[in-house]
Design a protein around this ligand. Structure first.
Ligand SMILES: NC(=O)c1ccc[n+]([C@@H]2O[C@H](COP(=O)([O-])OP(=O)(O)OC[C@H]3O[C@@H](n4cnc5c(N)ncnc54)[C@H](O)[C@@H]3O)[C@@H](O)[C@H]2O)c1
Length: 439
């Protein structure tokens, strides 16, 4: 269902009228394409206080693609190193660094603030570093013009581990992500022979890949060099085969809730899997008072239980290779809750619990990372079925005043999946344009 309002505000008359009426002004988001692979201008590297990582960060930023400069009239990105800010007074340096430049940021620009984890031993450092979270979330809400703002917390001395993440955040691939806090570990990044095909030689399985977000995930993973196995229910076989054929992928018609699902996946990937994307999901909405047990059970089974079962089995039987990546699909409904979705929100919150608990153990025991995307309002068949008024509210109630596209979720999953993203573990990254719902 096309977003007609977004189209209207893209015309001169529509813009004039909607401005006069004080209505939202969604900006056209610049997404990755062969023609627009990078930001349209330089990235300014600023430091809020004498930082121990300035030189190393400069080297990593220089490798990321965009030109890096100390100042620019119209920067397309700003990276502020606030890792050394450890007192309330020191926060003044954050204001001093960004206040003069934020207005000159190009439309669709990127602001990335670098911090460290709030310390459990030093409450002054913890206060200052936690303050950056409120700062970033507020700046994301006020910056406008399709620009985004994130806080990236580095592990001490692990700047090199941030390269794949900085590349992602400072690119058109992260167009629909804003107001996020991402924490990195100090895990050494895996090797990258070619940043244009970072998944070359890797095998990925995507569930629910016949259509919607799953088809887009399969497409982006294939674009980045992976061989993809597309799984979907046998009833969707025609659509599944079309998607797989288009991508040179393998089709695996299979209900993910089947008892033998993990065995069938292992058989379809005899040389093992590097990337496992749990994307299949269903809704069976009703208020709890009207919800029969079968609607509850179906949603928990597809969205959560099958994710737990297949994850356990594919880790235990060694199908997921060392250095592998597991990516699950949560939802902002699992963070904020939603009227009529107790089953769905429970299943998606369960996914978040699974990721947070398993991530450190999977990394220690198997060298595998576990992360989740939490999409907000994404334009798919699932959201086209939402009643008009609620659909319009879902589209506009975020800092970018528009819905996301399946490719926005897919790009995020492709970043998690990279060998160089070893330091990204246990993260729940919302792809929601900084929705007003939830934290
Ligand atoms: N669209 C959104 O706005 C949005 C928001 C938040 C989260 N999500 C999540 O993103 C994921 C994809 O959503 P979408 O909008 O593309 O949905 P969709 O309904 O368009 O696609 C889901 C796919 O999963 C498949 N599937 C369902 N049950 C299955 C099973 N038992 N075994 C194998 N495949 C199965 C379906 O056949 C379908 O192809 C879901 O997990 C959904 O909960 C979507």
């Amino acid at each position: 269902m096309a977003d007609r309002y977004l189209h209207l505000t893209g015309t001169a008359t529509g813009r004039f009228l909607t401005r006069r009426l004080g209505l939202p002004q969604p900006a056209h988001l610049r997404r990755w394409s062969l023609e627009t692979p990078t930001l349209p201008g330089p990235v300014v590297h600023l430091t809020a206080k004498d930082s121990a990582v300035t030189d190393e960060l400069a080297t990593v930023l220089a490798a990321c693609g965009p030109e890096v400069v100390a100042r620019a009239d119209r920067p397309a990105g700003i990276v502020l190193d606030a890792t050394a800010v450890d007192t309330a007074a020191g926060l003044g340096a954050v204001h001093a660094a960004l206040h003069p430049v934020v207005r000159s940021l190009a439309p669709g620009g990127r602001v990335v603030v670098l911090g460290t984890r709030p310390s459990p031993e030093d409450h002054h450092q913890a206060a200052a570093q936690q303050a950056l979270e409120g700062f970033v979330r507020s700046l994301g809400k006020e910056i406008g013009k399709g620009a985004t703002v994130q806080l990236l917390r580095l592990a001490p001395g692990a700047v090199a581990a941030a390269e794949s993440t900085l590349r992602f955040l400072l690119s058109p691939r992260s167009a629909y992500i804003s107001g996020q806090v991402i924490e990195l570990t100090d895990a050494a990044p895996g090797p990258v022979a070619d940043w244009a095909a970072p998944l070359a030689g890797r095998t990925a399985l995507v569930t629910g890949a016949a259509r919607g977000i799953g088809a887009s995930v399969a497409s982006v993973l294939a674009r980045d060099g992976a061989h993809v196995i597309c799984l979907d229910v046998p009833q969707a076989q025609d659509e599944l085969t079309r998607t797989a054929d288009r991508l040179g992928a393998t089709a695996l018609p299979l209900d993910i809730t089947a008892d033998d699902a993990a065995g069938r996946i292992a058989a379809a990937a005899p040389d093992g899997l590097d990337i496992l994307v749990h994307n299949a999901g269903i809704t069976r909405d009703r208020r709890l008072a009207n919800m029969p047990a079968d609607r509850w059970a179906q949603v928990i089974d597809v969205n959560l239980d099958s994710v737990l079962r297949t994850t356990d089995a594919l880790l235990e039987n060694g199908t997921l290779r060392h250095g592998g990546r597991i990516v699950a699909t949560a939802s902002i409904a699992g963070i904020a809750g939603n009227n009529g979705q107790t089953n769905y929100a429970a299943s998606k919150a369960g996914v978040i619990g699974l990721v947070r608990s398993l991530a450190p153990r999977a990394a220690a025991g198997h060298g595998v990372t576990v992360n989740a995307v939490a999409p907000g309002f994404i334009e798919t068949r699932m959201t086209a079925a939402v009643p008009l008024f609620i659909r319009e509210a879902g589209r506009r109630m975020n800092s970018l005043s528009q819905g996301g596209l399946p490719v926005d979720v897919a790009e995020t999953i492709a970043w998690f999946a990279q060998p160089a993203s070893s330091a990204v573990n246990g993260q729940i990254v919302r792809v929601c344009g900084q929705s007003l719902l939830g934290a």
